[in-house]
Design a protein around this ligand. Sequence first.
Ligand SMILES: Cc1ncc(COP(=O)(O)O)c(C=O)c1O
Length: 282
Amino acid sequence: MRVLALLDGTIVDPEAPLLRADDLSVVRGDGIFETILVVDREPRELGPHLDRLERSARMMEMTLPERGAWERAARAVIDNWPWDTDPELALKLVCSRGIDDGDGTPTGFAMGMQVGPETIRKRRDGVAVVTLERGYAPDLMERAPWLLLSAKTLSYAVNMAALREARSRGADEVVFVATDGTALEGPTSNVVLAKGRTLITTPPNTGILPGTTQGALFRAAEKAGWETRVENFPAEELLNSDGVWLASSVRKITRIHTVDGTGIKVNDELHDEITGLYESNY
Ligand SMILES: Cc1ncc(COP(=O)(O)O)c(C=O)c1O
């Protein structure tokens, strides 16, 4: 199931060709995107997602269509989604730099997709992760902005390769590790640890994507009296915490039960509390 909208709000056939073969997103992965969870017609964290799309465009030095166009396209997808049969959708906003050797006019669209059964299984059962080298130091982002660390670009081939590597090792997911041994993020998620009544996540200046889901969780947790910390932690902390989760828009807050083949502490009550905090935002 796909619902596809252009930035003027027109709904188009999702099976018909949309991009030119010389579009820079096709030939170079040169563009940016966001994926937003929509539940019962309500997009979650739409403002932070659009803020992050603008941040990625700035980092990429690319022209971005105005915010109203993205809101219009998102609304068109939501209004045309079959809500009676599907109570959730994953809404992708995609913006390419435009055509190769063109005038720099970006190409954008919004596409609604079903949330897949694998994601729903992982939400329910949790995940086994492997830690994999990411190959850079946590201070590289500030020294080398051209590497676009922490921009949400369309170049996700490495992230997808890491997930294939996880599967080949019998796991579901990945936590990337920096050259100094600190944990970074998943290929499509942020990592959150609980230690007592404190939640901890990795700082965005390490080159990770600042997560809207982690942000929503921390917002609710702070209101409920939890302490929250945004700081580096060694990957071993994944084994020594009271709970560990992967957070992202479509997976929501998925618990990690196994790290590199070792079972870690899983506390159902704590998991229910954490997911309840996240859901309390909506
Ligand atoms: C690399 C990366 N980190 C973190 C996230 C989590 O971000 P969000 O919670 O805004 O979906 C994503 C989302 O897909 C991602 O691709």
